[in-house]
Design a protein around this ligand. Sequence first.
Ligand SMILES: Nc1ncnc2c1ncn2[C@@H]1O[C@H](COP(=O)(O)OP(=O)(O)OP(=O)(O)O)[C@@H](O)[C@H]1O
Length: 324
Amino acid sequence: MTAVHLAGVDAAPHPPDDDLVLDVRDLRMRYGTVDVLHGVSFTARRGEVLALLGPNGAGKTTTIEILEGFRMRSAGEVRVLGADPGRGDERWRSRLGVVLQSWRDHGKWRVRDLLSHLGDFYAPYSTDRVRRPWPVDELLATVGLAAHADKRVHQLSGGQRRRLDVAVGIVGRPELLFLDEPTVGFDPAARREFHELVHRLADLDSTTILLTTHDLDEAEKLADRILLLAGGRIIADGSPHELARRVAGDAEIRWSRDGERFVHAAADATGFLRELFRQHGDAVQELEVRRASLEDAYMALVYEQESGARTGAAARVWQTGDER
Ligand SMILES: Nc1ncnc2c1ncn2[C@@H]1O[C@H](COP(=O)(O)OP(=O)(O)OP(=O)(O)O)[C@@H](O)[C@H]1O
């Protein structure tokens, strides 16, 4: 494979070690005789939000389960909060939060009691810097479940259930949070509140978050960095904006003039518009400028990887420098 490194990547300073929350190098996974991960490498720093994207069966859940310490890898170097997840102890585990795709136990528990009970496990791991667990009433309010605190878990709606999943994942105030398709079943208001919660955890508590989603709009809103997994490798690593810009550079410009509609693709949209207004001024109406979206980038990169896999051509790897 040919890796295309963008200018400045190699010159970027290496972050100090205690900022390096995830360090994954050449991770490989084989189920029986089938290789699923062929050498996955990436890092994440304190407070970063990463979205792991990729087609069904790409290996996202496998990767996350290895990082969580739930699945043993076949090969590769993996450090999670400084430890090998295959050998993580209880103290290490107390620093992680996990929200799985579905969680169907504890139906008879009342919401408040369950969170209080689970929170107790984290109390011995409280430190001066990170007070554990999260006080239950504060946590209930944070995830929008205060009005349902005394309900039994099986009485909750699907979306309320998912909020409880999130509360269970963060009750120990994790330094690293794994979210597997976190907003499936959320209504638009709950989704927006959840996005605010993710930003709050990352910005105020410096929580590092690795999430999987098939919702590209959500990935674009939440993630500092997108990791695109396809064909068992990370084929793109960069900010949503950077990936979209690199993959499909031209903007699409639409307008109407004297009742006629026009469409034009331009690499330099600003220059094109300046010229358009200079020539036609007030006659330009219904103007729209559409930039390539993350979805365009996703489709182009996955298509390129899949057609490369069919023809045996080398795939490109897009990797951008830290833009924050
Ligand atoms: N326990 C297992 N034994 C054998 N093969 C497995 C096992 N778990 C997953 N696989 C296979 O590994 C590949 C990656 O699966 P994984 O669940 O990690 O993908 P994913 O990217 O999370 O997919 P999705 O988007 O559909 O959730 C798939 O081909 C799957 O069939």
